[in-house]
Design a protein around this ligand. Structure first.
Ligand code: HEM
Length: 650
């Protein structure tokens, strides 16, 4: 009987240890991680630490205020007080991002991303060898050939907006029937297409045929985010995997951001997955620490159905690509832009050692969508917002775009300095992905990250102070008086009380210079989490000067010398993450795609349309994977960007 009890107790202990080991790890790291010696802002909540402030950093600018108080490297509190390193130090960032395989995304971030991309094999989530293989297969030499798709979709959007502006009360034309495959146009390397597609513009107010085009025309307020979200969904469908979502052609989608094109099965399936992955719930915080809880999904059945749809459609798309490759090998092919999936399938030597499996390729479809749809929509939305707030900059850019020659080539547009400066400035100021995370997972249990700006570290205290002998004396006298168990209980209570009063554990930082010393490196223990505040780094006044928060494209004519320290893929910003190719590079693989898409859309839209924003509208940001706008006075209406749109008079 007693051996049965012991066995049961052992099993119970093992189960409890398994369930609670993340908690034990967290408490141990609170005491033993070298991060415990770094300053930390006060934590307003025991359970969620500073997570709420971090989530709202775009509006409250909390990181700038913390860096002003604690320096460029410090910690903040996560779940039950767990410390996370936050650094804007350029040397530390280059080091961490440049050693990508020692600093992968934390496990809980990968788990939530793979839930979003409906698979564990997407480029966003895999690490190490698998990532290396996929990266080799995923090259971007075909981005230029995709430009006609961008032009086509931008033109469709412009025409749709013109229709709305011309007839504000009439709904746009009904959608054409949905098809699963994009009819692809031949490759055209000329922006002459823009001229031929420019809509007829009124010559003067006297000749204007539309009331809206008179100079006094108030224009029409349009939620530009919903239109851009649908346009970029169409773009990634066509250019990413040759699939027609026809989202732009949907006249009145009920929820264009979260649930576009409801009668399109793939769009509906993605809407289910993304909506679930995006919801911030306290449950998600617990799920990130206790993997067992991830088995519970509030709408598990619909997620499974959505994943099955994505797999089925993905598989059919791969079959089509393989068929195309077969036709091409016997010389039966036409000159049309090849979508990214085609490139991936044809670059995949199925018999070679680094071949991607069918599942790995299929995962890329959802990866392209997850990574390349809302990011581009967000970037375009914020660029139009910035231009709407700066009519002068908008006018300058439009004038440059209208000066482009009739036979302008793709290169003429993509390298136009005025357009380039606006895109750089907008992506610096409004990075669609405003932060990311890494975890130290190197071979050594502890490591050192170099810093250029230094870090304050609490000076070590001598191990043996008078406290230790005093505590021993008290324990012995309590033991003599009341027995060892009572003595132990009293000592434990006293210990907990003392720990609560400890500023280190309370999360307070008095910054008393006597207590702190400055180091040129920061120590990390395996498992320590690092937050990379992309947006805060892009706006760092130490790098960009005191006007870092202003939209001033001309700063790119001669960027401050300091900015070279930010080794971004898109130079001098971290918007697409790092540009360092050493030791595994986890920067944005779709960066050329995104830049070309944004530039083409701006070129097509701004030549014909003018954007402004009413003075009484205050826009704030909500960050959930991607940064989205909402109207401060009407947050219940969800994400939107109401801009006033008018036609441009020639
Ligand atoms: C303005 C638009 C975009 C922005 C700001 C952006 C930003 C980023 C960032 C910051 C990362 C790194 C995330 C991390 O490791 O924590 C990333 C990764 C990635 N992006 Fe983008 N992205 C954009 C558009 C695109 C597009 C259009 C595509 C595809 C067509 C794409 C595909 C990817 C992929 C596959 C990764 C994972 C790369 C890897 O881990 O090796 N992105 N992106």
């Amino acid at each position: 009987m007693s051996s049965l009890l012991i066995a049961l107790a052992l099993v119970l202990f093992i189960v409890l240890a398994y369930l609670l080991h993340p908690l034990v790890w967290l408490i141990a790291s609170l005491c033993f991680s070298p991060l415990a010696r770094l300053p930390s802002p006060p934590s307003p909540s025991f359970l969620l630490g500073n997570l709420a402030a971090i989530a709202d950093q775009e509006n409250n600018d909390v990181i700038t205020s913390w860096t002003r108080t604690y320096g460029s490297t410090f910690t903040y509190r996560g779940f039950i007080g767990g410390r996370r390193l936050l650094t804007t130090d350029p040397t530390a960032l280059n080091y961490i991002l440049g050693h990508a395989y020692d600093y992968p995304k934390p496990e809980f971030v990968r788990a939530s991303l793979s839930a979003m991309v409906a698979g564990e094999d997407g480029l966003l989530t895999v690490e190490g060898d698998i990532h290396r293989r996929q990266n080799q297969a995923f090259t971007a030499p075909h981005i230029r050939s995709l430009v006609p798709i961008f032009v086509e979709k931008a033109t469709e959007l412009r025409d749709l907006l013109c229709t709305v502006v011309d007839a504000p009360v009439a709904p746009p034309s009904p959608p054409p029937p949905l098809a699963s495959r994009t009819p692809r146009s031949p490759v055209i390397d000329s922006f002459a297409i823009l001229r031929s597609l420019d809509p007829v513009r009124p010559k003067s107010p006297m000749n204007a045929t539309f009331l809206n085009e008179l100079p006094s025309s108030p224009g029409v307020v349009i939620d530009i985010l919903s239109y851009l979200a649908r346009a970029t969904l169409d773009v990634i469908g066509s250019a990413g995997f040759g699939y027609t979502f026809n989202a732009l052609a949907q006249p009145h989608p009920s929820d264009p951001i979260n649930g576009p094109a409801p009668d399109n099965e793939l769009a509906s399936a993605f809407a289910v997955i993304f909506e679930t992955a995006r919801k911030f719930r306290v449950l998600s915080v617990f799920q990130s620490w206790f993997p067992l809880l991830r088995r519970y999904q509030p709408n598990g059945a619909s997620i499974k159905a959505a994943q099955a749809t994505i797999r089925r459609v993905g598989s059919a798309l791969i079959d089509e690509r393989l068929e195309d490759i077969g036709l091409a090998s016997v010389g039966r092919t036409d000159a049309r832009p090849r979508d990214l999936l085609s490139v991936l399938v044809s670059a995949n030597d199925a018999s070679g050692p680094s071949a991607l499996s069918r599942e790995e390729i299929a995962s890329q479809i959802s990866t392209f969508l997850a990574a390349g749809h809302e990011t581009s929509a967000s970037a375009l939305t914020w660029t139009l917002y910035a231009l709407a707030r700066s009519p002068q900059e908008q006018g300058k850019l439009r004038a440059a775009l209208l000066r482009l020659p009739d036979d302008a080539s793709t290169d003429n547009v993509l390298t136009l300095p005025e357009l380039d400066y606006v895109v750089r400035e907008s992506l610096r100021l409004h990075a669609p992905v405003s932060s990311t995370m890494r975890v130290y997972a190197g071979a050594a249990p502890e490591t050192v990250v170099p810093l250029s700006r230094g870090v304050r570290v609490r000076a070590p205290r001598p191990l043996l102070t008078w406290h230790a002998p005093a505590a021993l004396a008290i324990f012995l006298s309590l033991d003599a008086a009341f027995g060892w168990s009572m003595a132990l209980a009293v000592m434990l209570c006293a210990g907990v009380w003392k720990m609560r009063a400890n500023p280190l554990l309370k999360g307070e930082c008095t910054l008393d210079p006597a207590e702190w010393m400055v180091q040129d490196h920061v120590r990390l223990r395996r498992g320590d989490i690092i937050t990379i505040p992309i947006q805060a780094i892009n706006r760092d006044p130490e790098v960009w000067g005191e006007d870092a928060r202003e939209f001033r494209p001309s700063r790119w004519l001669q960027p401050p010398p300091n900015t070279v320290s930010i080794n971004g893929l898109y130079p001098r910003t971290l918007t697409f993450l790092n540009g360092s190719p050493i030791n595994g590079n986890r920067a944005c693989i779709g960066f050329r795609f995104a830049i070309a898409e944004i530039k083409v859309f701006l070129c097509v839209l701004l030549r014909s349309l003018e954007f402004s924003i009413d003075d009484d509208i205050v826009i704030e940001k909500r960050v959930n994977v991607v940064t989205r706008p909402f109207v401060a006075s009407a947050p219940e209406l969800g994400n939107q960007m109401p801009l006033r749109v008018r036609r441009v008079l020639s």
